[in-house]
Design a protein around this ligand. Structure first.
Ligand code: BGC
Length: 267
């Protein structure tokens, strides 16, 4: 199925058509700056522009940089406080003029990595971590997602983990890899201590340079670089929409509840 995948980030909004069976982009990626301030109406207007750019008439999936429960935003630390309790599915669907499925950006990037990337053969407990403007986390037990974990905001030494280990911190403080990796290592150690992880997959833009920092980590869990890099968010958003649609159609296709086996009583 072809789905338009949209990845909303703290600095950019990217979209591309995706073949969800192959996990590949089928057209060129188009990017817009995230509006500043990133208020709901402005972001929705930018999303509509992405949809118009592709003259898109098919299904749409969107990864959003905050926890999203049944379409409603619980918070978006790196966009604006105004997002709290906004129904993103309704807002984006109205702006795009067609149904938009919305889920957390790290969760959808994780879905793509687990299906088509570094987690393909993974069994057990896997944590996909995206290091970008914020820290996104997606927890999988085998290949089943536990949504909205938000482990990027755990407290370490009295500070939010994003202040210690996000890629933004490295840029803002002009940290060298060695210095920055100390914070990342500390964060990963805490995650391994709190959760019984079999492996960690590191994604986000910084995963392009994984050879600069992964060898410096001392954490004992297996740590793998993400394979889909910058495209994971777009591919995952499309995948999420395709699966949500399939589940809906499956439900509708069923006209009556499944028949229970008739009880037999001993005569
Ligand atoms: C948000 C997460 C998001 C992550 C990456 C964090 O600040 O709380 O929901 O996944 O940033 O965008």
């Amino acid at each position: 199925m072809e789905v338009l995948g949209i990845d909303i980030g703290g600095s950019g909004m990217k979209a591309a058509p995706v073949d969800t069976a192959a996990g590949k982009l089928t057209g060129e990626l188009y990017r817009l700056e995230t509006p500043d301030p990133a208020m709901p109406a402005a972001v929705a207007a930018a999303l509509a522009e992405l949809v118009r750019h592709f003259s898109w008439k098919g299904p749409i999936g969107c990864g959003f940089p905050g926890a999203v429960r049944h379409g409603v935003v619980l918070g978006a630390a790196n966009l604006s406080r105004a997002w709290q309790d906004v129904n993103a599915v309704e807002l984006f669907t109205a702006a795009a003029g067609r149904a938009v499925a919305v889920a957390n950006d790290a969760d959808v990037a994780g879905l793509a990595e687990m299906r088509f990337g570094a987690g393909r053969a993974a069994r057990g407990v896997t944590l996909v971590i995206t290091l970008g403007t914020g820290i996104g986390t997606a927890l999988f037990v085998d290949h089943v997602l536990v949504p909205n974990t938000e482990f990027g905001h755990i407290e370490i030494d009295g500070r939010d983990a994003e202040e210690i280990a996000s890629a933004r911190v490295r840029k803002e403080k002009s940290l060298g890899w060695k210095k920055w990796v100390r914070g990342v290592d500390r964060y990963l150690q805490r995650m391994c201590q709190d959760q019984s992880l079999d492996r960690i997959i590191i994604g986000g833009g910084v995963s392009k340079k994984h050879e600069k920092f992964l060898p410096l980590l001392t954490v004992s869990a297996e740590v793998l670089p993400a394979r889909l890099r910058n495209e994971a968010g777009i591919i995952g958003a499309a995948l999420y929409a395709a699966e949500a649609r399939a589940a809906r159609l499956g439900d509708r296709g069923r006209t009556r509840p499944p028949r229970r086996a008739r009880r037999r009583y001993p005569s």
